[in-house]
Design a protein around this ligand. Structure first.
Ligand SMILES: O=C(CO)[C@@H](O)[C@H](O)COP(=O)(O)O
Ligand SMILES: [Co+2]
Length: 218
């Protein structure tokens, strides 16, 4: 059970200290948005490169961008330890996942709330993780979509059938109130932005979330 705090809810003027505040987390989740795939703009490769220099934990890049076929491998080459692209944006998801892995990172694909998982089941052969979005991508602090839990279950079942170790990540509205249903449905990597950086102690929030998830270890 791994916690990946999203720095989207951190203080962007002090990202180094915000990363140091979550050194007990498993990952640092970095949301890359291009104002085309989603209606918001955050940061890109030069900032990710700078974060990689100072992050005490591996970096989990969530690319909400058009044309990940072109851009995603660069994040892996820069040293990001996990790179997730959206299937809705990829022209050739197999080639993109292979390029990410060839550059030494874990590869993952993400599905938006309206995107079914089943058509992409065969893509499991190419990835290390599947991200099931539990909000519409674009912004932190939105309400958790419990109606995505059946999809989390389907992904977990498909991963079980396949064997091997593929992680199932959830992202959006994950908090102390919602993390247990995600874990129970089969998630094992939990992104949380406002539920970590919105608290007085980000580190304590990470530990609390992990303890709740651990109640449903599978
Ligand atoms: O990818 C995204 C949003 O598109 C997320 O990573 C959010 O940043 C999570 O924030 P919270 O919903 O946990 O506040
Ligand atoms: Co994200």
């Amino acid at each position: 059970m791994q916690i990946s705090p999203s720095i989207l809810s951190a203080d962007f003027a002090n990202l180094q200290s915000e990363l140091e505040a979550i050194s007990n987390a498993d990952w640092a989740h970095v949301d890359v948005m291009d104002n085309h795939f989603v209606p918001n703009l955050t940061l890109g490769l030069p900032v990710v490169e700078a974060l990689l220099e100072v992050s005490p934990v591996p970096v989990d890049c969530h690319l909400m961008i058009e044309d990940p076929d072109r851009w995603a491998p660069g994040y892996a080459e820069a040293g990001a330890q996990s790179v997730t692209f959206h299937v809705e944006a990829a022209r050739d998801p197999v080639a993109t996942a292979r390029a990410i892995r060839a550059a030494g990172a874990r590869a993952a694909f993400a599905v938006k709330p309206g995107t079914p998982f089943d058509p992409y089941e065969e893509l499991l052969a190419e990835v290390d993780m599947v991200l099931v979005m539990t909000v519409e991508p674009g912004f932190g602090g939105q309400s958790f979509m419990a109606d995505q839990m059946p999809k989390v279950r389907r992904v977990r079942e498909a991963v079980r059938r396949r064997g091997g170790e593929i992680w199932v990540q959830v992202d959006g509205g994950v908090s102390a109130d919602t993390i247990e249903q995600c874990a129970e449905a089969g998630a094992d990597v939990f992104v949380a932005g406002s539920a970590v950086y919105g608290k007085d102690s980000a580190a304590a929030a990470v530990d609390d979330l992990r303890a709740l998830a651990e109640r449903h270890r599978h």
